[in-house]
Ligand binder design. Structure first.
Ligand SMILES: Cc1cc2nc3c(=O)[nH]c(=O)nc-3n(C[C@H](O)[C@H](O)[C@H](O)COP(=O)(O)O)c2cc1C
Length: 304
């Protein structure tokens, strides 16, 4: 079940996604952390952030909308309090999701994290749809993305994964730009910009008015984006968007992902990532797949 990705050796290709797995340590009594390849932390910024006012989460027909607003403890407290206990689980790779409002803030977070032990890689969040500056503003503009990734790669002493926004005309084009600017891998997709209205009050259901849609509703679109991106870049892809079952994970691997992330599913079942990892192993066994890495890009397209 092992895969290697941008210099990381993962025990299996299933990773818990940013914003749905806290700082990881909260899950130590719920999930066998060493039975998943790793997890990505909530987005970490230079200073602590309170996030948006409630309501910040709304259930939708086949998923959820969120506008958390990147609430987090800030890089200093993260390093002092959240990271150290994870040394108990050396096989579980800690990937830190990095967020800033300016290029300088992104670099500041990376430089501080460089000094800490126990981090496997950085995931640069250039795709948060829920803040007015930073985030998606970088991921949606080719020259801003190129500049930020270039600077981040020069600063980072660890592999750099760039998390792309699906709220663009061509995500594969943005992936190409990130790769050329030095990204070691790309992860996709983040959430899709969306909204929900309560017709009785005539008000938006989220305090932020709009939010990001995730869960099974987005899976076919995210899958198509992973497929297109796999044809555009040679760096590894971490695929996600609505993965709930082991078969969902197989779909993303076949479309070209080297690893997958499980996000919203953890809200319904906190053990979802571990369940998908175990199920993926059983799936490989029952389908005579000797190494899970052989599934990556193994999609067969019939020609007539
Ligand atoms: C409540 C919530 C918070 C999230 N916070 C972050 C975040 O801080 N940084 C980030 O890059 N992605 C964040 N995401 C996006 C997820 O990591 C993932 O890209 C997206 O939800 C699609 O996967 P899923 O359908 O499996 O949830 C968040 C998602 C949710 C539902």
């Amino acid at each position: 079940m092992r895969v290697s990705l941008a210099g990381l050796e993962l025990v299996n290709p299933v990773i818990a996604a940013s914003g749905t797995f806290g700082y990881g340590i909260e899950f130590e009594e719920i999930v066998s952390l060493e039975r998943i390849g790793g997890f990505v932390t909530k987005g970490i910024s230079l200073e602590p952030m309170a996030g948006h006012a409630a309501p910040r989460i709304v259930q939708t027909a086949a998923g959820m909308l969120n506008a958390i607003g990147l609430q987090n403890v800030g890089v200093e407290e993260y390093i002092q309090r959240k990271l150290p206990p994870l040394r108990r689980y050396p096989l579980c790779k800690v990937i830190v999701n990095v967020f800033g409002y300016t290029v300088g803030e992104y670099i500041g977070v990376i430089e501080r994290l460089n000094q800490a032990e126990g981090i496997a890689a950085y995931e640069l969040n250039v795709s948060c749809p829920n803040v007015h500056a930073g985030g998606m503003a970088f991921g949606a503009d080719p020259s801003s993305l190129e500049y930020l990734v270039h600077r981040a790669k020069s600063a980072a002493r660890r592999p750099l994964i760039v998390k792309l926004s699906p709220n663009v005309t061509s995500i594969s084009n943005m992936a190409r730009i990130a790769a050329e600017a030095g990204a070691d891998a790309v992860s996709l997709t983040n959430t899709f910009l969306a909204m929900s209205i309560d017709v009785e009050t005539r008000r938006p259901r989220l305090s932020n008015v709009t939010g990001g849609l995730s869960g099974p509703a987005i899976k076919p679109i995210s899958l198509r984006m992973v497929y297109e991106t796999a044809r555009a870049v040679t760096i590894p892809i971490l695929g996600m968007g609505g993965i709930v079952t082991p078969e969902d994970a197989v779909e993303f691997l076949l479309a070209g992902a080297t690893a997958v992330q499980v996000g919203t599913a953890s809200y319904a079942d906190p053990r979802a990532a571990e369940r998908v990892a175990r199920g993926l192993e059983s799936w490989c066994r029952s389908h005579q797949v000797e190494r899970v890495a052989r599934l990556t890009g193994a999609l067969e397209i019939p020609h007539d």
